[in-house]
Design a protein around this ligand. Sequence first.
Ligand SMILES: O=C(O)CCC(=O)C(=O)O
Ligand SMILES: [Fe+2]
Length: 270
Amino acid sequence: MPQVQRNQEIITKPLSGAIGAEVTGVRLAEITDATFAVIREAFHTYCTLVFPNQFLTIDEHVEFAARWGEFSISPFVTYLESHPAVLPLHNRGKAGAVTENWHTDSAFLDEPPALNVLSARDVPVGGDTMWSSQYNAYERLSDGMKAMLDGIRGEFTGARLASLVGASEVPSNFHPIVRTHPETGRRALYISKPVDTLTRFEGMTAAESLPLLNFLYQHSVQPDNVYRHHWQNGDVVMWDNRCTMHYAVHDYGDDVRDVHRVSIKGSVPR
Ligand SMILES: O=C(O)CCC(=O)C(=O)O
Ligand SMILES: [Fe+2]
């Protein structure tokens, strides 16, 4: 990983040896195109960026997110009435914490969201979020396994989310298990939690697929491939769903956790 870099006022500091960087010396509410270009490059290098002390208003959050593309609206969740691109993430209790597992977002869609921008408004002690580098996860496989996975697709399902809201139609989609990032050209292992969100390989049964899917899942989230973020109020954190998985830890009981999310549209995974 590159070391600390300075570009004008902007300082980019890696947060682990695998994934993530902290970006300081920038106020996201008032960035220039030149600053945005530096941030974009860092995003492509580190996959997850942390911007401390931003305290964005909802409008500023939306405006910064809009620089990255069109908004992506997910099914089964409720957006702010005043700001239809902003999804409030609230404490639904541990039993309702559908994000307390390693996953990539909404892979059951034709065009899963490319990236998310989160703004921490009121965070508890705990409630950390973790990310894994799916570039590393791919690159650390043997040549034999890489060759075997080449061209294989997985069936991604929205069954768990659908059942949570009692929806009768369950969306699902086949996508490549190894995808090429449309902007960096790097290959990444594109998986999500087996059974719940990724049921099987195309042309195989779930029973045949699960042992290997479970291996790929465990392999991806080893501690040396993960950054764990301790949130502070005012943090903005963004991540790339095309080359990461993430996991929201629920260890804060009934405490308030108020975080806003804006997602940006992605393309068909290839
Ligand atoms: O609550 C978080 O930190 C992240 C939750 C999550 O999985 C998401 O927003 O996609
Ligand atoms: Fe998520």
